[in-house]
Design a protein around this ligand. Structure first.
Ligand code: GAP
Length: 516
């Protein structure tokens, strides 16, 4: 991360705490590693993200329904899904610092360093050649770039192979050959690479009765698979159809870092779309396109997204891609789209001894459906939005402000009503205006400090509209509406306020965009 981006990210984390978005968990006891609580503004933003996702699935697709499965599941679920045997991270310790790392992350960081070197060459050339610069041509012909690219390709190939084979000795050898050092001790004194299972285990029932070892779910998806027949039968669902779910998941992440990006307790929004065998690639493409459109519709900037197709596929997948977002620490996965074949349903059929099939009346045959999964982390989505919204602006006259340019539809508070002064009947009028709006929009009221300070407080939490009631309001029924982004003010009749705000914050406008 470049120094300035790192500083901005630190400021964003501090801002999230100062303005009630995210707090470290159990902070009065010095916190708990990689566990966070959402505050009064954070929870509103998070709920708005969830609502946007939920409705884009269940409102816009008549063949998608939702469920809410429990976190605790029968332990055999995780045996069948492969998580007991294969949900592991390859770990390596540095013997001098005693710090533990994920071997794959160390190697990926090394790949990232080579990418940075290439980018530096490109940026230098861009500066030199100005408007005439042909980046694609430069990348194909520049000697130094080609040298770095060849190095990257070779390392990537070796790394992918080692990960595919889960060859732990080879992972260690790559770390040694690449002369990767521990960021803390600066030494190359590494242990062997070992496997570490990421699931949290606990016990259900009293020990006297014979307690059962159960797991906190590491993904919400399995709750959908085990309910496939329940939903299909009771909902009379016809293939293709989907089941959506939002819920908590838990992973004992070893390298938990970058704030809410990688946590031990997090929230997922997952949808499993059940299709005919052989049609999975068509639907994989559909969901790839639709999910990217969903992200882009928020207007955070089309250039901030890219696909990353997987070469190393999870044990259940025959195709997979990530949607990555440009965070201050580089392009990072926010969502995964996976073609999971019929692996999960077949496994559950085998382990439970139940027949889990679908009778297709058009084909007049039964089969185990194939599955396309879309899986997005609420917290990562939250972080991507906060990162792109956080701005420090210098204003005319030497003043400055911190503003969150959140998509209005997601903003925690849509409007704040303020009486110019705390007397002359203005607070009462302002309350009246607030009461007009509060049933449709999350509205707040603020009468403390100067108007300027009140504007800054609302900018800092991303409120799109500030509505000031002044003495003229009592005469002309108009208020001053100040726009968060342009800071322009306009007089608006109170009767027109509702429609003005609705146009900007109504999620229906977004849903329409998705259906275009
Ligand atoms: N059911 C498939 C599945 O869980 P995944 O790629 O492991 O796939 C899906 O996770 C999404 O969940 C990721 O793209 C990410 O947004 C989110 N996620 C995964 N681990 C996370 C963590 N430790 N903290 C926050 N979000 C996480």
């Amino acid at each position: 991360m470049a120094a300035t981006q790192e500083e901005t990210f630190k400021k964003l984390v501090a801002h999230c705490k100062e303005y009630g978005f995210v707090f470290p968990s159990s902070e009065i006891y010095d916190g708990l590693g990689a566990v966070y609580d959402y505050g009064q503004n954070g929870v509103e933003l998070k709920n708005n993200i969830k609502q946007y996702w939920w409705n884009s699935m269940t409102l816009l697709h008549q063949n998608i329904v939702g469920i809410d499965a429990s976190i605790f599941m029968h332990p055999t679920v995780w045996k069948a899904s492969g998580h007991v045997d294969a949900f592991n991270d390859p770990l390596i310790d540095n013997k001098d610092s005693k710090k533990r790392y994920r071997a794959d992350v160390l190697i990926e960081d090394q790949l990232g360093k080579i990418e940075e070197k290439i980018q530096k060459e490109v940026d230098k050339a861009k500066k030199r050649f100005g408007d005439n610069f042909d980046e694609a041509m430069f990348r194909q012909t520049n000697g130094r770039v080609l040298e770095y690219q060849a190095k990257w390709d070779a390392l990537h190939q070796r790394y992918s192979q080692a990960m595919n084979d889960m060859n732990l000795d080879e992972l260690k050898q790559i770390i040694l050959d690449e002369e990767i050092v521990c960021p803390i001790s600066g030494t190359r004194n590494w242990t062997d690479v070992r496997q570490f299972n990421l699931m949290f285990a606990t016990e259900m029932g009293s020990t006297a009765d014979g307690a059962m070892k159960i797991y906190l779910r590491p993904e919400t998806a399995q709750g959908i698979f085990v309910n496939f027949l329940n939903v299909q039968k009771t909902g009379r669902m016809k293939i293709p159809f989907g089941i959506a779910q939002i819920g908590k998941a838990f992973r004992n992440e070893i390298v938990a870092r970058q704030f809410v990006f990688r946590m031990r307790e997090f929230e997922q929004m997952e949808m499993q779309f059940f299709v005919r065998p052989g049609e999975e690639m068509k639907w994989f493409e559909y969901w790839k396109q639709f999910r990217l459109k969903w992200h882009k519709a928020l207007g955070l900037g089309d250039d901030k997204y890219r696909y990353h197709d997987h070469e190393k596929l999870a044990h259940y997948a025959n195709a997979a891609t990530d949607i990555e977002f440009l965070m201050p620490f580089g392009f990072k996965e926010v969502e995964g789209i996976h073609s999971r074949t019929n692996f999960d349903l077949s496994q559950h059929a085998q382990f439970s001894g139940k027949k889990i099939e679908y009778f297709d009346p058009e084909l007049n045959q039964s089969y185990t459906p194939y599955v396309i999964e879309t899986s997005i982390g609420v917290d990562r989505m939250f972080l991507s939005i906060m990162c792109s919204a956080y701005k420090e602006e210098q204003l005319e006259g030497g003043d400055s402000r911190v503003v969150l340019s959140l998509p209005p539809v997601l903003a925690p508070v849509k409007c704040c009503v303020m009486p110019l002064v705390k007397k002359d009947g203005l607070p009462e009028k302002a309350q009246e205006v607030m009461n007009l709006l509060k049933f449709d929009f999350k509205t707040s009221y603020d009468e403390k400090d100067s108007i300027g300070k009140r504007y800054r407080r609302q900018d800092a939490i991303g409120t799109p509209f500030c509505i000031t009631v002044d003495h003229d309001t009592l005469v002309d029924n108009c208020v001053t509406v100040r726009n968060r982004d342009t800071m322009l003010q306009e007089r608006v009749n109170i009767d027109n306020l509702h429609e003005m705000i609705r146009k900007e914050v109504d999620p229906k406008e977004l849903y329409r965009k998705l259906m275009d």
